[in-house]
Structure formats: structure tokens, C-alpha cells
Design a protein around this ligand. Sequence first.
Ligand code: ADP
Ligand code: MG
Length: 243
Amino acid sequence: MIKVDHISKHFEHTQALSDVSLEIDKGEIVSLIGPSGSGKSTLLRCIHGLEHPESGKIYLEDEWMDPSDEEKFRAQRSKMGFVFQHFNLFPNMTVIENCTLAQINVLQRSQEESEKIAMQYLTRVGLAEKRDEYPNKLSGGQKQRVAIARALCLHPEIMLFDEPTSALDPEMIKEVLEVMTNLAEEGMTMIVVTHEMGFARKVGSRVVFLDSGKIVEDAPSDQFFEHPQSDRAKDFLSKVFYQ
Ligand SMILES: Nc1ncnc2c1ncn2[C@@H]1O[C@H](COP(=O)(O)OP(=O)(O)O)[C@@H](O)[C@H]1O
Ligand SMILES: [Mg+2]
């Protein structure tokens, strides 16, 4: 479904990604893990077309995502839902308005249809009764569940998550991981940057471990956690498990 073909990306003096290649099939749940600054967000943002690699290409369903072909690029991007660490809800809009805005503006759905679809997904994340609240009245976990519902309203074929639980208090992490686990069980293709090793191990089908802008390991989850191959991955796992 996604093919990342030899991409590199630098910012000023930082080589954020060096010659990264990766293929993700439909239905895979890929956990992107690695130390801070290893390039996880940059890789996810390149896949979503928020950043452009200076070399290499991204393919979605065998079609190159060419940023210069603006209309097609926009259509390709709209097949991917993106969930941010800090939710990125519009603070001046209610929950339902957050969920209908892009449906109306991007997909040209009617107000009525957009609201119906929004309510389906808000119900799925357990927040139907919050439809008319503003984000500042919600807990962090609720905000993130709204952000997930908002992304799902566009019927994405793949969901990208960038540390969706890192900004949450511990007691709210579980409710967000539950929503993500349900999505995974329904067969959604997902790429998840996460420090939740329990989630990566139990729900993820595969782990891609990045260090210094390179993929150091790419293995089925069980294999990665039971038998990491590289010293870097062993060192990383020893820290996240025993800290
Ligand atoms: N917009 C940016 N401007 C300058 N440097 C950046 C930018 N985004 C990322 N970087 C740098 O690129 C490297 C990889 O960053 P990032 O992809 O955010 O890593 P991670 O998500 O794994 O923590 C880091 O050294 C970071 O400081
Ligand atoms: Mg990051």
C-alpha cells in the first residue's frame, strides 16, 4: 500500500533521514520506534506529504506521490489520516464542527451527511454526548479520541499516528490505546510512532526501529522484542523496559 523508496531528508545541518526504504502492506500495523531525534516524525511526515524528501520517492498504491502534480497529490494525501501528539483540534470549533469541517471542505459532503458520519465515529470513540462541547472542556484523552474520530470521518485507507499518547496523563493513555486497538482489529492499515512498547508488541504486527535517520531493524513484532539483532535496538529496549 505504501512504498518508501530510498528517501533522504535534511534540515540545515541535520540529516534527519538517510536513504530510507520501507514497504507496508494493507492491514499491517507498523510500530515506528527509536530514540528521540532518530527521524520517526520526519519519516511519518514525508509519507503524509507534510515534508518533501530531497531525494527518493513515496508511492501510495503503486502511484508516485508527486508534489508537483497538485491535484493528484492532494487526493492521495486525503487517503491518509494523521493523528498528532498534540491533537491539533480547532479550539474555536465544537467537537462536531471539528469533525465535519474537512468532510464539507475537502470531500464536498453536505452538512447533513457530514454530521451523520461524524456522529457514527464519535459514537465509536465513546464521545457522542460531547458533540457540542469545545475542545477546552475535554480531557486530553477525550481530545485525542475526537482527533481520531475526525480523521476517520474522511474514510482513510491508512492511519498515521505520531506519538498519540505521549502528551497524555497515564490514566488517559489506555482509553486512546483501546480505540487504536479496535481500529487495528477491524483491519485498518496503521503506522504508529510510539513509546508504548506493550501496544507495539501486542497490537503491532511489525516493528521498524530507526536510529540516526536510518532503519536499523525491520522485523515482526515478536521477533523484534524477543530477539533484537542490533546492539542499538538491544540498548534501546533495555532502557525502555527497565527504566
Ligand atoms: N523542521 C525542522 N527543522 C530543523 N530540524 C528538524 C526539523 N524537524 C526535525 N528536525 C531534526 O531532524 C532530526 C529528526 O527529527 P524527528 O524526525 O522529529 O525525530 P523523532 O521524531 O524520532 O524524535 C532531529 O535531529 C531534529 O532535530
Ligand atoms: Mg517525533
